[in-house]
Design a protein around this ligand. Structure first.
Ligand code: GRF
Length: 194
């Protein structure tokens, strides 16, 4: 898993991976900055690494380093959960088709780093969460699953995001379970789990 923030999605996947009958385990956690996700991984006894853009001469070198550090863990799937960097062509070349992301909006609406605030600012009454495969765009890969979340009149971006995360945790864990157990079929822009 790749993360950059509070790591609540990471924590929920660790919990799901350790339930009886789980079909997946988290073999490593990669971050691009100092963040709570690192201590969550360490407390769970999961290997972690930090790969900062600023520690590399350019973005391509960072892309190479992130690919190689991730490759050392030999994952079957890469899950980006709050990872705030666009994955580069080298990383995608190695793991493309096996990278799944969770986004706190109903794509294609409100892509990018501020999807929750953008939905609130736009005045929509329903937003939600999207689990999708990662391609070379920003939140543009084939969609695997979505769930709707009603926006309350008194919602702030924070209260809304926390409510989305509750739904998001379950959906992402369900989708990771299904992907590991059954794989995915991609037909044009559409993805489905057989
Ligand atoms: C999640 O809502 C995810 O969809 C978005 O960033 C948030 C990460 O939350 N990309 P956390 O860092 O796992 O708490």
């Amino acid at each position: 898993m790749l993360a950059s923030g509070a790591g609540s999605l990471l924590a929920s996947l660790i919990e799901r991976s350790r339930r009886p009958g789980s079909v997946f385990e988290i073999v490593a956690v990669g971050v691009d900055r100092d963040c709570a996700a690192v201590s969550i991984a360490q407390d769970a006894g999961i290997a972690s690494f930090t790969c900062r853009v600023a520690d590399h001469p350019d973005r391509a070198a960072w892309d190479d380093a992130l690919r190689d550090l991730t490759d050392q863990a030999a994952p079957d799937w890469v899950v980006t959960a709050g990872f705030m960097k666009i994955l580069g062509p080298r990383f995608l070349g190695r793991f493309g088709g096996h990278i799944v992301n969770s986004h706190p909006a109903l794509l294609p609406s409100f892509p990018g780093a501020h999807g929750v605030a953008d939905a609130l600012a736009h005045g929509v009454k329903v937003t939600g969460t999207t689990v999708h495969l990662v391609d070379d765009g920003v939140d543009t890969g084939p969609i695997l699953a979505q769930r709707a979340v009603q926006i309350a009149d008194d919602d702030t971006a924070d209260t809304l995001h926390e409510r989305i995360k509750i739904i998001e945790r379950e959906l992402l864990a369900d989708m990771v379970t299904a992907l590991v157990a059954k794989g995915v079929v991609i037909e044009g822009r559409k993805a489905r789990i057989p």
